[in-house]
Design a protein. Sequence first.
Length: 336
Amino acid sequence: MSEKVKVTIDGITVEVDNGTTILNAARQIGGDIVPPAMCYYSKLEGSGGKCRTCIVKVTKGSEKDPRPMPKLVASCRTTVMDGMEVLNITSPEVLEARAGVVEILLINHPLDCPVCDQAGECDLQNLGYEHGLQKTRYEFERRTFERIDIGDKIQLHMNRCILCYRCVFTADQITNKRVHGILNRGDHSEISTYIQQAVDNDFSGNVIDVCPVGALTDKTFRFKNRVWFTKPVDAHRNCDHEKCNGKVTLWYKGEDVLRVTARKDQFGEVEAFICNTCRFDKKATSDWVIEHPTHIDDTSVIASNHYETLKPLHVIQPNQALQAANEIELHKTVKY
Protein backbone atom coordinates (compact mmCIF):
# COMPACT_ATOMS: atom_id res chain seq x y z
CA MET A 1 0.00 0.00 0.00
CA SER A 2 1.48 3.35 -1.09
CA GLU A 3 2.26 6.07 1.40
CA LYS A 4 -0.24 8.93 1.64
CA VAL A 5 0.67 12.62 1.86
CA LYS A 6 -1.44 15.71 2.45
CA VAL A 7 -1.33 18.78 0.21
CA THR A 8 -3.36 21.99 0.45
CA ILE A 9 -4.35 23.75 -2.78
CA ASP A 10 -6.12 27.12 -2.54
CA GLY A 11 -7.09 26.31 1.02
CA ILE A 12 -8.52 22.86 0.27
CA THR A 13 -6.63 19.89 1.72
CA VAL A 14 -6.56 16.52 -0.03
CA GLU A 15 -4.75 13.26 0.75
CA VAL A 16 -3.02 11.66 -2.23
CA ASP A 17 -0.50 8.92 -2.98
CA ASN A 18 3.15 9.83 -2.56
CA GLY A 19 4.57 10.76 -5.98
CA THR A 20 1.37 12.38 -7.24
CA THR A 21 1.88 15.64 -9.12
CA ILE A 22 0.27 18.89 -7.98
CA LEU A 23 -1.90 18.89 -11.11
CA ASN A 24 -3.32 15.43 -10.45
CA ALA A 25 -3.84 16.30 -6.78
CA ALA A 26 -5.87 19.32 -7.89
CA ARG A 27 -7.85 17.09 -10.25
CA GLN A 28 -8.85 14.95 -7.30
CA ILE A 29 -10.33 18.08 -5.71
CA GLY A 30 -11.90 19.26 -8.96
CA GLY A 31 -13.59 22.54 -9.83
CA ASP A 32 -11.96 25.80 -10.80
CA ILE A 33 -8.79 25.18 -8.80
CA VAL A 34 -7.61 22.60 -11.37
CA PRO A 35 -4.83 24.30 -13.39
CA PRO A 36 -5.29 24.30 -17.17
CA ALA A 37 -3.04 21.92 -19.11
CA MET A 38 -2.34 22.18 -22.83
CA CYS A 39 0.51 19.67 -23.15
CA TYR A 40 0.09 17.25 -20.23
CA TYR A 41 -1.86 14.07 -21.01
CA SER A 42 -2.20 11.44 -18.32
CA LYS A 43 -2.42 8.62 -20.89
CA LEU A 44 0.90 9.59 -22.52
CA GLU A 45 4.18 8.82 -20.76
CA GLY A 46 6.60 11.76 -20.74
CA SER A 47 4.04 14.43 -21.56
CA GLY A 48 3.91 17.74 -19.71
CA GLY A 49 6.35 20.54 -18.99
CA LYS A 50 6.10 22.13 -22.44
CA CYS A 51 3.37 24.80 -22.36
CA ARG A 52 3.67 26.16 -18.78
CA THR A 53 -0.04 27.02 -18.54
CA CYS A 54 -0.35 24.88 -15.39
CA ILE A 55 2.09 26.97 -13.34
CA VAL A 56 1.29 27.39 -9.63
CA LYS A 57 2.88 28.98 -6.58
CA VAL A 58 4.21 26.75 -3.79
CA THR A 59 4.08 28.82 -0.60
CA LYS A 60 5.19 25.94 1.66
CA GLY A 61 7.43 23.13 0.47
CA SER A 62 6.58 20.56 3.15
CA GLU A 63 6.28 20.03 6.88
CA LYS A 64 9.97 19.16 7.10
CA ASP A 65 11.08 22.11 4.96
CA PRO A 66 8.40 24.85 5.03
CA ARG A 67 10.37 27.25 2.83
CA PRO A 68 8.42 28.40 -0.27
CA MET A 69 9.74 27.56 -3.72
CA PRO A 70 11.48 30.63 -5.17
CA LYS A 71 9.71 30.51 -8.54
CA LEU A 72 6.42 29.43 -9.99
CA VAL A 73 6.48 25.75 -10.92
CA ALA A 74 4.77 23.60 -13.53
CA SER A 75 2.17 21.61 -11.56
CA CYS A 76 2.22 18.74 -14.08
CA ARG A 77 5.91 18.11 -13.37
CA THR A 78 6.12 18.89 -9.64
CA THR A 79 5.31 16.12 -7.17
CA VAL A 80 3.60 16.88 -3.88
CA MET A 81 5.27 16.56 -0.48
CA ASP A 82 3.57 16.05 2.85
CA GLY A 83 2.32 19.37 4.18
CA MET A 84 2.84 21.26 0.91
CA GLU A 85 0.71 24.37 0.38
CA VAL A 86 -0.07 25.59 -3.15
CA LEU A 87 -1.82 28.64 -4.58
CA ASN A 88 -3.45 28.61 -8.01
CA ILE A 89 -6.47 30.83 -8.70
CA THR A 90 -6.08 32.60 -5.35
CA SER A 91 -2.65 33.99 -6.34
CA PRO A 92 -2.58 37.19 -8.44
CA GLU A 93 1.04 36.36 -9.33
CA VAL A 94 -0.01 33.04 -10.88
CA LEU A 95 -2.89 34.59 -12.83
CA GLU A 96 -0.63 37.33 -14.19
CA ALA A 97 2.05 34.83 -15.22
CA ARG A 98 -0.53 32.54 -16.81
CA ALA A 99 -1.89 35.46 -18.83
CA GLY A 100 1.67 36.01 -20.10
CA VAL A 101 1.97 32.35 -21.07
CA VAL A 102 -1.32 32.52 -22.97
CA GLU A 103 -0.12 35.64 -24.78
CA ILE A 104 2.98 33.77 -25.92
CA LEU A 105 0.90 30.79 -27.10
CA LEU A 106 -1.28 33.14 -29.13
CA ILE A 107 1.58 35.14 -30.68
CA ASN A 108 1.58 33.18 -33.94
CA HIS A 109 -1.89 31.71 -33.67
CA PRO A 110 -4.24 32.94 -36.44
CA LEU A 111 -7.62 34.39 -35.53
CA ASP A 112 -9.56 31.86 -37.60
CA CYS A 113 -11.87 30.40 -34.95
CA PRO A 114 -14.95 31.12 -37.16
CA VAL A 115 -13.69 28.64 -39.78
CA CYS A 116 -11.72 26.24 -37.55
CA ASP A 117 -13.22 22.78 -37.03
CA GLN A 118 -11.89 22.74 -33.46
CA ALA A 119 -14.00 25.77 -32.45
CA GLY A 120 -16.36 24.93 -29.62
CA GLU A 121 -14.11 22.20 -28.19
CA CYS A 122 -10.77 23.99 -28.29
CA ASP A 123 -8.68 24.18 -25.11
CA LEU A 124 -6.82 27.22 -26.43
CA GLN A 125 -10.11 29.02 -27.06
CA ASN A 126 -11.15 28.45 -23.44
CA LEU A 127 -7.72 29.46 -22.18
CA GLY A 128 -7.72 32.65 -24.27
CA TYR A 129 -11.19 33.56 -23.05
CA GLU A 130 -10.26 33.14 -19.38
CA HIS A 131 -6.69 34.48 -19.36
CA GLY A 132 -6.03 36.18 -22.69
CA LEU A 133 -5.63 39.89 -23.47
CA GLN A 134 -8.02 41.83 -25.66
CA LYS A 135 -5.29 42.55 -28.19
CA THR A 136 -1.76 41.39 -28.89
CA ARG A 137 1.37 43.43 -28.21
CA TYR A 138 3.30 41.50 -30.85
CA GLU A 139 4.50 43.83 -33.62
CA PHE A 140 6.49 41.47 -35.83
CA GLU A 141 5.40 39.32 -38.75
CA ARG A 142 3.82 36.06 -37.66
CA ARG A 143 5.22 32.78 -38.89
CA THR A 144 3.04 31.08 -41.48
CA PHE A 145 2.99 27.61 -43.01
CA GLU A 146 1.14 25.98 -45.86
CA ARG A 147 -1.47 23.38 -44.93
CA ILE A 148 -0.28 19.87 -45.73
CA ASP A 149 -1.88 16.43 -45.76
CA ILE A 150 0.07 14.03 -43.56
CA GLY A 151 -2.24 11.16 -44.44
CA ASP A 152 -5.25 10.48 -46.61
CA LYS A 153 -7.57 11.53 -43.77
CA ILE A 154 -5.48 13.94 -41.67
CA GLN A 155 -4.62 17.54 -42.48
CA LEU A 156 -1.94 19.51 -40.62
CA HIS A 157 -2.45 23.26 -40.23
CA MET A 158 0.84 24.23 -38.62
CA ASN A 159 -0.18 27.88 -38.17
CA ARG A 160 -2.42 26.77 -35.28
CA CYS A 161 0.08 24.42 -33.61
CA ILE A 162 1.40 25.28 -30.12
CA LEU A 163 4.05 22.52 -30.10
CA CYS A 164 2.55 20.58 -27.22
CA TYR A 165 4.13 17.31 -28.50
CA ARG A 166 0.96 15.31 -27.74
CA CYS A 167 0.65 13.90 -31.26
CA VAL A 168 4.34 12.90 -31.24
CA PHE A 169 4.01 11.03 -27.92
CA THR A 170 0.81 9.36 -29.17
CA ALA A 171 2.48 8.10 -32.33
CA ASP A 172 5.53 6.98 -30.32
CA GLN A 173 3.57 5.00 -27.76
CA ILE A 174 0.60 3.41 -29.57
CA THR A 175 1.97 2.79 -33.07
CA ASN A 176 4.81 0.62 -34.33
CA LYS A 177 6.57 3.28 -36.39
CA ARG A 178 6.41 7.03 -35.92
CA VAL A 179 7.07 9.04 -39.09
CA HIS A 180 6.38 12.58 -37.85
CA GLY A 181 7.90 14.79 -35.18
CA ILE A 182 9.46 18.18 -34.44
CA LEU A 183 11.70 19.57 -37.17
CA ASN A 184 14.11 22.54 -36.86
CA ARG A 185 14.72 24.56 -33.69
CA GLY A 186 13.56 27.69 -31.88
CA ASP A 187 11.00 29.87 -33.66
CA HIS A 188 11.37 27.69 -36.77
CA SER A 189 10.22 24.51 -35.00
CA GLU A 190 7.32 22.72 -36.62
CA ILE A 191 5.46 19.41 -36.63
CA SER A 192 6.04 17.62 -39.90
CA THR A 193 6.97 14.35 -41.58
CA TYR A 194 10.31 13.54 -43.13
CA ILE A 195 10.22 14.53 -46.83
CA GLN A 196 6.40 14.69 -46.76
CA GLN A 197 6.06 11.04 -45.78
CA ALA A 198 2.46 10.06 -45.05
CA VAL A 199 1.32 9.08 -41.56
CA ASP A 200 -0.17 5.66 -42.29
CA ASN A 201 -0.95 3.21 -39.48
CA ASP A 202 -3.97 1.65 -37.79
CA PHE A 203 -4.10 4.26 -35.00
CA SER A 204 -3.00 7.44 -36.82
CA GLY A 205 -6.38 9.13 -36.27
CA ASN A 206 -5.72 9.41 -32.54
CA VAL A 207 -3.35 12.33 -33.13
CA ILE A 208 -6.50 14.31 -34.04
CA ASP A 209 -8.14 13.56 -30.70
CA VAL A 210 -5.14 14.51 -28.57
CA CYS A 211 -4.43 17.80 -30.38
CA PRO A 212 -5.67 20.62 -28.08
CA VAL A 213 -6.06 23.08 -30.95
CA GLY A 214 -7.10 22.88 -34.61
CA ALA A 215 -3.68 21.97 -35.99
CA LEU A 216 -4.56 18.34 -36.76
CA THR A 217 -8.04 17.92 -38.21
CA ASP A 218 -10.16 15.11 -39.61
CA LYS A 219 -10.39 15.61 -43.39
CA THR A 220 -13.61 13.58 -43.51
CA PHE A 221 -15.26 16.11 -41.16
CA ARG A 222 -13.68 19.38 -42.33
CA PHE A 223 -16.22 22.19 -42.83
CA LYS A 224 -19.18 19.80 -42.64
CA ASN A 225 -20.73 21.36 -39.54
CA ARG A 226 -20.14 23.31 -36.36
CA VAL A 227 -19.63 21.06 -33.37
CA TRP A 228 -22.34 22.81 -31.31
CA PHE A 229 -24.95 21.88 -33.93
CA THR A 230 -24.14 18.18 -33.54
CA LYS A 231 -25.29 15.75 -30.87
CA PRO A 232 -22.69 13.36 -29.39
CA VAL A 233 -23.84 9.85 -28.44
CA ASP A 234 -21.85 7.06 -26.77
CA ALA A 235 -21.79 3.82 -28.74
CA HIS A 236 -19.73 0.65 -29.12
CA ARG A 237 -19.09 -2.24 -31.52
CA ASN A 238 -17.14 -5.49 -31.50
CA CYS A 239 -13.96 -4.31 -33.17
CA ASP A 240 -11.68 -6.90 -34.76
CA HIS A 241 -8.52 -4.99 -33.88
CA GLU A 242 -6.90 -6.48 -30.77
CA LYS A 243 -5.84 -3.07 -29.40
CA CYS A 244 -9.18 -1.30 -29.95
CA ASN A 245 -12.12 -1.71 -27.56
CA GLY A 246 -14.61 -0.19 -30.01
CA LYS A 247 -16.03 2.33 -27.49
CA VAL A 248 -16.56 5.68 -29.21
CA THR A 249 -18.58 8.88 -29.42
CA LEU A 250 -20.77 9.33 -32.50
CA TRP A 251 -21.47 12.93 -33.53
CA TYR A 252 -24.92 13.16 -35.13
CA LYS A 253 -26.53 15.81 -37.28
CA GLY A 254 -30.09 14.59 -37.74
CA GLU A 255 -29.79 10.92 -38.70
CA ASP A 256 -26.28 11.22 -40.15
CA VAL A 257 -23.06 10.39 -38.30
CA LEU A 258 -20.69 13.20 -39.26
CA ARG A 259 -17.67 11.93 -37.35
CA VAL A 260 -16.51 9.33 -34.85
CA THR A 261 -14.10 10.12 -32.01
CA ALA A 262 -12.67 8.35 -28.99
CA ARG A 263 -14.47 8.92 -25.71
CA LYS A 264 -12.98 11.61 -23.48
CA ASP A 265 -13.03 12.08 -19.72
CA GLN A 266 -13.89 15.21 -17.74
CA PHE A 267 -10.44 16.65 -18.40
CA GLY A 268 -10.74 16.25 -22.18
CA GLU A 269 -8.38 13.27 -22.34
CA VAL A 270 -9.06 10.15 -24.39
CA GLU A 271 -10.20 7.23 -22.22
CA ALA A 272 -8.99 4.58 -24.70
CA PHE A 273 -7.47 5.00 -28.15
CA ILE A 274 -9.47 3.66 -31.11
CA CYS A 275 -8.43 2.26 -34.49
CA ASN A 276 -8.89 3.99 -37.84
CA THR A 277 -11.55 1.50 -38.95
CA CYS A 278 -13.87 2.60 -36.14
CA ARG A 279 -13.00 6.25 -36.67
CA PHE A 280 -13.19 6.64 -40.45
CA ASP A 281 -14.96 3.61 -41.93
CA LYS A 282 -17.92 3.02 -39.61
CA LYS A 283 -20.24 5.99 -39.99
CA ALA A 284 -23.60 4.24 -40.23
CA THR A 285 -25.85 3.87 -37.19
CA SER A 286 -26.28 0.19 -38.09
CA ASP A 287 -22.56 -0.35 -37.41
CA TRP A 288 -22.96 0.54 -33.74
CA VAL A 289 -24.81 -0.33 -30.56
CA ILE A 290 -26.14 2.98 -29.24
CA GLU A 291 -25.78 3.46 -25.47
CA HIS A 292 -26.87 6.96 -24.37
CA PRO A 293 -26.25 10.66 -25.04
CA THR A 294 -22.73 11.74 -24.14
CA HIS A 295 -22.67 13.92 -21.04
CA ILE A 296 -21.43 17.42 -21.90
CA ASP A 297 -20.42 19.89 -19.22
CA ASP A 298 -22.82 22.82 -18.86
CA THR A 299 -20.01 25.30 -19.49
CA SER A 300 -19.45 23.88 -23.00
CA VAL A 301 -21.14 25.49 -25.98
CA ILE A 302 -22.06 21.97 -27.15
CA ALA A 303 -24.49 21.71 -24.23
CA SER A 304 -26.70 24.39 -25.81
CA ASN A 305 -28.79 21.63 -27.43
CA HIS A 306 -30.07 20.42 -24.01
CA TYR A 307 -30.44 16.99 -25.59
CA GLU A 308 -30.04 15.16 -22.27
CA THR A 309 -33.41 16.49 -21.07
CA LEU A 310 -36.82 15.49 -22.39
CA LYS A 311 -37.85 19.12 -22.88
CA PRO A 312 -36.05 22.48 -22.80
CA LEU A 313 -35.45 24.04 -19.41
CA HIS A 314 -37.53 27.12 -18.53
CA VAL A 315 -35.67 30.37 -18.94
CA ILE A 316 -37.78 32.15 -16.29
CA GLN A 317 -38.80 30.41 -13.09
CA PRO A 318 -41.64 32.01 -11.08
CA ASN A 319 -40.56 30.08 -7.99
CA GLN A 320 -38.62 32.47 -5.73
CA ALA A 321 -36.58 29.71 -4.12
CA LEU A 322 -35.45 28.51 -7.52
CA GLN A 323 -34.60 32.05 -8.57
CA ALA A 324 -32.35 32.39 -5.52
CA ALA A 325 -30.72 29.05 -6.30
CA ASN A 326 -30.18 30.08 -9.92
CA GLU A 327 -28.52 33.29 -8.74
CA ILE A 328 -26.10 31.26 -6.61
CA GLU A 329 -25.28 28.98 -9.54
CA LEU A 330 -24.72 32.00 -11.78
CA HIS A 331 -22.09 33.39 -9.43
CA LYS A 332 -20.32 30.03 -9.38
CA THR A 333 -19.48 30.44 -13.05
CA VAL A 334 -17.70 33.73 -12.42
CA LYS A 335 -13.92 33.18 -12.65
CA TYR A 336 -11.50 34.61 -10.15
